[in-house]
Write a protein that binds this ligand. Structure first.
Ligand code: FBP
Length: 337
């Protein structure tokens, strides 16, 4: 019996990105899938190949220790994107400056990409799901060569965004602005097949996700929201369950499928939070909004933030629409600084 499953490529070609004008974007997404398969393979046997642990004492532009697998993932994505010839430049969490591809093919590409090659670094060595997050824009002009400024576009200008979660399965979640679909990697055929079509995030959930270890650093509005989640109230289904993996991709993926609210707030130690607007918050906000959820920074819609720098941070409250609306009420009515 021949399987009628559709690969990610076939599904996009037939459905979400039908038509010749999208061929270059489909090809760019293929380059991303190639690197994702390579990263998945490296992660699956990392313990056997001495690639766990820190990369010497190296620190990235955020002052965070860099893992060997951060570098391996970064190299695999850059290699596939540069040699694929379907993107003109990249901003990566692991590189301080933007990288412009000047080879004959790439320089005429109309797309640029911002990427977190391996999200959830603190979980890499302990076999807890980690991921890759990416955000794709069109170049603001084909007449001029691109510069770092060309990457500083509002999130509502994204043409595609996605993540790959390397967990018990390797799953690739994608939006091209027409809803959200997910594709699961068949490890034998090494192909991503459509497994979840037109995903809708539940309007309401019973799980909240926050690093509660920072509780006393949080604004009072958030402290009060967390206390509210813990209180017993049959009618509203409280107490809610606290679920925090510590990999944004894993915490967002659970919220997308089961409903819930993911929070990485500002705090006394981190006045702008920790997560990066351009390659963590923006792509996740585009995906969750396309699935029917919401994403704010505490004051405004993440996708409406005007970016100033490529590695800037932003607080984020993202997930089921009713839960984001409620925490937004807490923030408006209580002290949030
Ligand atoms: P990177 O690993 O890409 O730097 O990502 C940041 C991250 O690991 C997120 O995945 C996660 O949500 C958050 O940091 C966890 O931070 P903390 O340990 O402060 O709770």
């Amino acid at each position: 019996m021949v399987s009628k499953r559709l690969t990610a490529y076939q599904y996009l070609l037939k459905d979400k990105l039908a038509g010749d004008k999208n061929r270059e974007l489909i090809a760019l997404l293929k380059d991303i899938k190639l690197a994702a398969r390579q990263v998945s393979k490296e992660l699956n046997s990392a313990g056997l190949n001495k690639i766990l642990g820190d990369h010497g004492g190296l620190k990235n532009v955020h002052g965070e220790k860099v893992k060997k697998l951060d570098i391996i993932a970064n190299d695999l994505f850059l290699n596939s994107l540069e040699n694929g010839g379907n993107c003109a430049g990249v901003v990566s969490e692991e590189i301080e400056k933007s990288l412009i591809f000047n080879n004959e093919v790439s320089k005429n590409s109309k797309y640029i990409i911002l990427i977190d090659p391996l999200d959830g670094s603190s979980n890499i060595d302990v076999n807890v799901p980690v991921g890759t997050i990416f955000s794709i824009f069109k170049r603001s002009s084909m007449k001029t060569s691109i510069s770092t400024k060309g990457f500083l576009q509002k999130g509502n200008k994204q043409v595609a965004a996605g993540y790959i979660i390397y967990g018990s399965s390797t799953i690739y979640v994608l939006t091209v602005g027409k809803g959200v679909d997910a594709f699961t990697l068949d490890p034998v055929v090494q192909e991503f097949y459509l497994s979840h079509k037109n995903i809708k995030i539940p309007k309401k959930g019973r799980m909240y996700s926050v690093n509660q270890g920072n509780f006393y650093e949080f604004p009072r509005a958030l402290q009060e929201y967390i206390r509210w989640c813990e209180q017993e109230d049959i009618k509203s289904g409280r107490p809610y369950s606290l679920r925090y993996v510590g990999s944004m991709v894993a915490d967002i993926h659970r919220s997308l499928l089961k409903g819930g609210l993911f929070i990485y707030s500002k705090s006394k130690r981190a006045p702008n939070g920790k997560l990066r607007l351009m390659y963590e918050c923006n792509p996740m906000a585009f995906i969750i909004e396309q699935a029917g959820g919401l994403a704010i920074n505490g004051e405004k819609r993440i996708l409406d933030i005007v970016p100033e720098t490529i590695h800037q941070k932003s607080p984020i409250f993202i997930g089921s629409a009713e839960m984001v609306k409620l925490i937004s009420k807490f923030i408006k009515s209580k002290q949030f600084n």
